[in-house]
Design a protein around this ligand. Structure first.
Ligand code: FAD
Length: 532
């Protein structure tokens, strides 16, 4: 095999798979996709595998954040997919584009070409939406998207309460308006996961101009005269070089993309100097601007028998569900992490929703540090603020590419983030204590009604909140001195090097990030194919 390619893509995740497909659609392009993890995991196609792979070393990097005072000195788990498909192969399968406002903010920050109108064609290009829809949705793309068909009277009760309180039911939150309660749109088709690998790589296995090499950790990009020439790879403890005739595109996700840049001598000179890394280009923004959705889980008891997965996942019921899955690709093993979502405003005067709710019809307990389905039937509601202000950082701790970087989220360091989440907890209480929902549900189990003042609620959030697994922003796009890539995703100051993944998001979008990352991959492919 030759070690020279036109394009080298580092990381086969949501963005990397989309990019590999589109670049190799042109026969003359000779493309290499390098992935640190395995090519697949036997459980990954089963949707419920999100619960099984959440801490599995065979498919997951299993990062942990640093203890920080703002989150009661806990080390927060940061799962990331380590296999083809990346995090889309282990994620909760919820499909959300985000609000128009999110992208209009990016454009307003100076990123030409990224307004909601300008990213829309790329969302449409990736989508194959399985239901009736308007012209805003895509029907011909590789990623099949379907609505949850699980029906539960608690959801209906919630929608009724919403209607009474002026919160609409929204049949398509990925169309004009995001606001309202909705059945979740999922990256699930015929009961199986539609990861970026399944959507973008599996159908093009016969292409001879795309080489995919797994179990290959890229340790750095070789930079000569401010231009990316090659990548250094560790495979089976041996170093190997692959040369890029045209470009190297880093798609390693929000944790690893800044790590690779720093290992390649691109970053804050003070950090690199301390670790003995030769500076190739100073960029103080590398690893900064880390944002993620954090939120607490509010848990209620379910009184009506048969409505929670806690019961469906036990004894004979479980055997029935497993049989259903294997013979019919049906049942609760084919559901996403949350069947119902809410995009709501904590204040009526807001122009668009500032929080997202996930409703999950089961209750999880912690046993010996591991999350398990509890015995008692319950429903869990998570809240997160759509566009958090708190920003953290990710930086390497050594020049060893196998050593994990230091992740500091700095969660809940801005008062708006704290205030919005406190209001969100109060709103959930209003919804769950409504007469409609209380026909089926009982008391609040977590945090419990004794947690009532704003101070107590905030303490509960600091003690218990978890991430929604959407780290982003660590190689942010822009023109200011803390930006890392320009609006064509080219690394400032270095030729033939781009970054395309969640790390380029200047601000976090209002929703789950898989769809937007595939859009970023699609967008990057177009820049390259159009010689931009
Ligand atoms: C547990 C979990 C649940 C989630 N739930 C949802 C959800 O329900 N809906 C949703 O929209 N989003 C969800 N997300 C988030 C979403 O999946 C991610 O934001 C998205 O997949 C990130 O895409 P990416 O291209 O930025 O990176 P990734 O998809 O993470 O891809 C990066 C790839 O690069 C590889 N890589 C990293 N370093 C190197 C290296 N040095 N050399 C070679 N390869 C490397 C990785 O192994 C990985 O395959 C979830 C994420 C997780 C982890």
């Amino acid at each position: 095999m030759s070690n020279e390619f036109d394009y080298i893509i580092v990381g086969g995740g949501s963005a990397g798979c989309a990019l590999a497909n589109r670049l190799s659609s042109i026969k003359n392009n000779n493309v290499l996709l390098l992935e640190a993890g395995n090519s697949y995991h036997p459980l990954a196609r089963m949707p419920v595998s999100f619960a099984m792979l959440i801490d599995n070393p065979k498919a997951n990097w299993r990062y942990r954040s640093e203890p920080e005072a703002g989150t009661s000195n806990r080390q927060i788990p940061v799962p990331r997919g380590k296999l083809l498909g990346g995090s889309s192969s282990i994620n909760g399968l919820v499909y959300v584009r985000g609000q128009k406002l999110d992208y209009d903010i990016w454009a307003q920050m100076g990123n030409r070409g990224w307004s909601s109108e300008e990213v829309l064609p790329y969302f449409k290009k990736l989508e194959n939406y399985q239901h009736d829809c308007d012209h805003i949705r895509g029907k011909k793309g590789p990623v099949k998207i379907s609505q949850v068909n699980d029906r539960n009277p608690i959801y209906q009760a919630l929608f009724k309460t919403g209607k009474r309180l002026g919160i609409p039911f929204n049949n398509d939150y990925n169309s004009e308006e995001q606001e309202g309660f909705a059945y979740t749109q999922t990256t699930i088709f015929n009961g199986e996961r539609m990861s970026a690998k399944v959507a973008y790589l599996d159908p093009i296995k016969s292409r001879t101009n795309l080489t995919v090499i797994t179990n290959s950790l890229v340790s750095k990009v070789i930079i000569k005269n401010k231009s990316a020439e090659a990548v250094e790879v560790l495979k089976n403890n041996k170093k190997q070089l692959f040369y890029a005739n045209k470009e190297v595109i880093i798609c390693s996700g929000a944790i690893n993309s800044p790590q690779i840049l720093e290992l390649s001598g691109i970053g804050n000179p003070n950090i690199l100097k301390k670790l003995g890394i030769q500076l190739n280009h100073p960029l103080n923004g590398v690893g900064e601007n880390l944002r993620d959705h954090i939120g607490p889980r509010i848990v209620y008891r379910i009184n009506e028998p048969g409505l929670s997965y806690n019961e469906r996942a036990r004894g004979f019921n479980l055997i029935k569900q497993v049989t259903n899955y294997f013979f019919k690709r049906d049942g609760f093993l084919t559901l996403p992490s949350a069947p119902v979502l809410g995009f709501l405003k904590t204040k009526p005067e807001l122009a668009s929703p500032d929080i997202q709710l996930h409703f999950i019809p089961y209750r999880v307990v912690l046993e010996n540090g591991k999350r398990k389905l509890g015995k008692d039937p319950g429903i869990t509601c998570t809240i997160n603020q759509n566009r958090p202000d708190s920003q953290g950082s990710i930086h390497i701790k050594s020049n060893d590419p196998q050593e994990y970087p230091e992740i500091k989220f700095n969660f809940l360091s801005k008062s708006t983030d704290c205030e919005t989440l406190i209001s969100g907890v109060k709103l959930i209480r209003k919804l769950m204590n409504s007469p409609e929902v209380q026909k089926y549900c009982g008391e609040e189990v977590q945090p419990g009604t004794q947690t009532s003042s704003d101070e107590e609620i905030l303490k509960f959030i600091r003690d218990k909140a978890e991430t929604l697994y959407h780290p982003s922003g660590t190689c942010k796009m822009g023109n200011d001195k803390m930006s890392v890539v320009d609006n064509k995703l080219k690394v400032h100051g270095i030729k033939n090097l781009r970054v395309a993944d969640a790390s380029i998001m200047p601000t976090l979008i209002s929703g789950n990030t898989n769809g937007p990352c595939m859009m970023i991959g699609e967008r990057c492919a177009d820049f390259i194919l159009q010689n931009n």
